[in-house]
Design a protein around this ligand. Structure first.
Ligand code: PLP
Length: 456
């Protein structure tokens, strides 16, 4: 007899994972190493240490340890907002009239409004432990910058954020939250860095991109004593930290003997999806269980579905290490009408390898469909979702509708990564009926691909 599942499955404080799970340990085909753009050779720990904190470099390069202990200081911080709830979407199921059982793991119940705090606090901790003065980073929509400024405030570290100019202008309140937590926020591209000045000269009037902002943040970190650069997604270490999402989700489902058939997450750089799926993917890799895993990306930035699996730069300025990933080319910038986040040109190397090896699927959705799903969800389940999260909602709803047609009682788990309070300009466009969809042409993608570095 299976137990009646409550609306919310709460875990207790003691159930916060004591270790992160490293999915790479179970991958037969490991993700390809980061390469030094100068030599074309794998980045050594020493080279990486000039940009990143030492302990994080260790985690980045560790393909073998299955579990990495979460330091007590980080667990103490996690206690302020974790374990996060796992919700059975009874209201949504009822409204849809589907026999599917829908669950979502909600990561929006902290001030940063997203899952990004899970890694921000870890990265700030290791920077502090190394005796650094501060960290630099980029932020697009602003969630990562906010999460990092919260984490830095907690450990009393300096935090310099380069924020993609279009977001800086569209989201003044995001910027102000970061400043409230003590961070300095500069719109990117800016004239405060060499690379920023070059990008401004080459592309006058540009509204910026994550790739530009990364270049600026890295330049500042490497030119200032006592600073390192931190990144909120894409890297192996970030997926590692985000495994708390999946570990908690699995523990909550296990309490009620629930096994998901389908696991869905939105994919920008791949950190929330990588985190959510990690323990499930581990089982799949070890042949203990099978799950259908779906990455959802915007039609306007389709790295998995229309990109190529190749070495590419993570940044526009081409100063960062090369990563082997599904990429659209580091010069690719989604059309300015794209409002839904997830605009990074590349994808986590770990997820790219898993996708390449057939362990997961990917699909794209158009932004008007995403906002339709967001609004539907807000009205039915009460939570105003981040547009990014709504990509997963869209596909979860579509899968549940398929179950209605076939009568299958599938169990669906998706990641509700955050709340959308700072995305009201995008919601406004949708509500006013002026939101449009943009799907890049093959020629456009071909053009961006020409800039891919040649690695043999
Ligand atoms: C940053 C962000 C994402 C996408 O980033 P990933 O690294 O792909 O997880 C998704 N949802 C929210 C709310 C975000 O802030």
């Amino acid at each position: 007899m299976s137990k009646e599942v409550p609306y919310k499955i709460y875990l207790e404080e003691k159930d916060i994972p004591s270790s992160w799970y490293n999915v790479r340990s179970d991958m037969k085909q490991k993700p390809a190493p980061l390469l030094n753009p100068g030599t074309g050779k794998p980045m050594t720990a020493e080279e990486l240490g000039m940009v990143f904190c030492d302990e994080l470099v260790k985690q980045e390069l560790d393909d073998t340890s299955a579990y990495i202990e979460i330091p007590q200081e980080i667990r103490d911080f996690y206690k302020m907002y974790r374990p996060s709830p796992l919700v059975r979407a009874y209201c949504l199921e009822k409204k849809l009239g589907t026999p599917a059982k829908i669950y979502y793991k909600f990561e929006g119940n902290n001030t940063s409004g997203s899952h990004k705090l899970n890694s921000a606090i870890a990265q700030a901790y290791y920077a502090k432990k190394q005796g650094l003065k501060g960290v630099t980073t980029e932020t697009g929509a602003g969630q990562w910058g906010t999460a990092l400024s919260m984490a830095c405030a907690y450990f009393e570290m300096d935090c310099k954020v380069y924020m993609v100019k279009v977001s800086y202008e569209q989201k003044p309140f995001r910027r102000e939250v970061m400043r409230t937590y003590g961070a300095s926020v500069t719109p990117s591209p800016s004239d405060t860095t060499e690379i920023g000045r070059k990008i401004l000269a080459d592309h006058p009037g540009t509204t910026g991109s994550l790739g530009c902002a990364i270049s600026e943040a890295v330049e500042v970190a490497t030119h200032n004593e006592g600073y390192r650069y931190v990144l909120g997604s894409v890297l192996n270490q970030v997926l590692l930290h985000q495994s708390v999402i999946g570990l908690e989700a699995k523990a909550a489902l296990d309490k009620y003997d629930v096994k998901p058939d389908i696991i869905i997450g939105c994919a920008g750089g791949g950190s929330n999806l990588g985190g959510l799926i990690s323990p499930f993917m581990g089982q799949k890799l070890r042949g203990e269980a099978d799950y259908r895993i779906i990455a959802v990306e915007p039609a306007s930035c389709p790295s998995f579905t229309r990109g190529v699996f190749a070495y590419d730069f993570c940044d526009t300025g081409m100063i960062c290490p090369l990563a082997k990933m599904y990429t659209l080319g580091c010069d690719y910038i989604p059309a300015p009408n794209h409002a839904g986040g997830l605009r990074f040109h590349g994808m986590s190397s770990t997820l790219s390898q898993l996708y390449h090896d057939g362990y997961m699927e990917a699909t794209t959705v158009k932004q008007t469909e995403v906002f339709e799903a967001a609004e539907y969800f807000a009205r039915v389940e009460g939570i105003l979702p981040a547009p990014e999260s709504a990509h997963a909602i869209r596909v979860a709803i579509d899968e549940a509708k398929k179950c209605k047609e076939t009568g299958e009682e599938k169990t669906i788990l998706f990641g509700l990564t955050g709340t959308g309070y700072f995305d009201m300009v995008a919601y406004e466009k949708f509500n006013d009926g002026v939101m449009t969809d943009y799907i890049p042409t093959d020629e456009e993608l071909e053009e961006a691909r020409k800039k891919l570095p040649r690695i043999d």
